[in-house]
Ligand binder design. Structure first.
Ligand code: G3I
Length: 383
């Protein structure tokens, strides 16, 4: 008898909790919320790849694309000539495979985080064009070849456009060693190693008119030479009040007109004051208390302002979903964002959708509800 009562109580309990589950409004994953629009990605840092970031792990299911924040860069994969390291890169590919997510390779050719040996010849002389080209091709063939069929998209050349002045190209050591055609050669090598991969030119601040013009010029010239470039990556290291939406929109339109897909490759929305709006890793500024106002926590009003800013950005990106293929956040939670150390070291920023405990912020809920809300509105041209 006692067992029957216990059984009855347990069954009723199970029923009640199933009922409660059914009636709890479900928050879909971000990837699911935007599945009709574009991929939703995140960059994973070293700690996450090593399994040492208990805060990111539970929320990775929100993303259906992953980029290595540092693990596939030249210094991580090729510390010395002839030595390749893929432990962390392999982990990223494995994490993505387990949840059927797209992998983005970042980055093949960049001026930063690239060991000096790439550019040194015998007797400490600068490497000749031939030697530097051969090293570039070896790097690209080895990485793209290793992950052929598993890495669908590559940031082939990163940040090659100059920020100011009349020069179109940055004085990258690759450019010094090889010449201006290092960009075309890099894309050709990547395409030869995996003809099915989507190849991206990736840069920051290229939504802004001056740098955008230069980027359009570069991309047109590559297209005219039949160089295989398929997409442009607008990094998207943005703030609460910059860039304005009209600037982003005209950039999407301009790049789209070239027949290129656009990826937002490194999105974050800093809430801190700044005197520098770019993402040149060489820039450093001094810290003072006025520049670091939220050490004790993010005020609710600022969190709401950030949520509204994210909503406006995503509403715009959704309107251009014919051009935009992927939106990737540069990190998972505020605690491990690079923005805590850029352009001023040691600040407390809050640029992402999950807080330092891994809890979703107002910006997360705003984005999560956006596609469903938009679908409930009548289409613009119907009565
Ligand atoms: O590898 C060392 C490690 O050995 C050491 O223990 C540790 C101590 O600080 O530093 C490690 O290196 C750091 C590296 O990240 C890996 O954590 C560097 O100091 C740090 O400068 C480096 O920062 C990265 C930055 O690129 C470097 O260029 C950021 O995490 C990464 O988010 C950032 O990402 C770039 C994109 O690749 C391109 N676009 C701009 C974006 C932001 O700068």
């Amino acid at each position: 008898m006692r067992f029957r009562i216990l059984f009855l109580i347990l069954s009723l309990g199970a029923l009640a909790s199933a009922f409660a589950r059914q009636n709890t409004p479900k928050t879909p994953t971000l990837a699911k919320a935007f599945e009709r629009d574009f991929l939703i990605g995140a960059a994973l840092g070293g700690q996450t790849l090593l399994g040492e970031d208990a805060i990111s792990a539970p929320v990775l299911g929100h993303f259906n694309a992953f980029t290595a924040e540092n693990a596939m860069k030249p210094d991580a994969t090729q510390p010395q000539e002839g030595v390749f390291r893929f432990e962390q890169a392999d982990k990223l590919v494995e994490i993505a495979r387990k949840q059927n997510a797209t992998v983005v390779g970042h980055t093949l050719i960049w001026h930063s985080q690239t060991p000096r040996w790439f550019f040194e010849g015998p007797d400490n002389k600068p490497a000749t064009r031939e030697l530097a080209l051969q090293r570039m091709r070896t790097r690209i063939a080895t990485l793209v070849g290793r992950y052929k069929g598993r890495i669908a998209q590559w940031d082939v050349v990163n940040e090659a456009i100059s920020d100011g002045g009349d020069d179109m190209l940055r004085q990258s050591p690759w450019r010094t060693a090889i010449g201006d055609d290092y960009i075309a050669e890099a894309f050709r090598a990547a395409h030869a190693a995996d003809p099915k991969a989507t190849l991206i030119y990736n840069d920051y601040s290229i939504e802004n008119p001056g740098k955008r013009e230069k980027t359009l010029k570069l991309l047109k010239s590559l297209r005219d030479q039949n160089v295989p470039v398929h997409a442009v990556g607008i990094q998207g290291h943005w703030g609460l009040d910059y860039p304005d939406l009209a600037t982003i929109e005209s950039a999407l339109t301009d790049f789209g007109k070239l027949g290129l897909k656009v990826m937002i490759t490194e999105l974050d929305v800093s809430v801190l004051p700044t005197r520098y709006r770019g993402a040149d890793v060489g820039v450093r500024q001094e810290r003072d208390a006025a520049m670091d106002p939220y050490v004790a926590g993010l005020p609710e009003a600022v969190a709401r302002q950030q949520a509204e800013r994210y909503r406006a950005i995503f509403a715009l990106l959704r309107r251009h979903r014919d051009v935009v293929d992927r939106v990737t956040f540069w990190g998972v939670h505020d605690g491990q964002s690079w923005k805590n150390n850029f352009p001023i070291r040691g600040r407390t920023d809050y640029p992402l959708l999950f807080d330092r405990q891994g809890k979703p912020k107002p910006a997360f809920f705003e984005l999560n509800a956006l596609p469903a809300a938009a679908r409930q509105q009548p289409a613009a041209n119907t009565q």
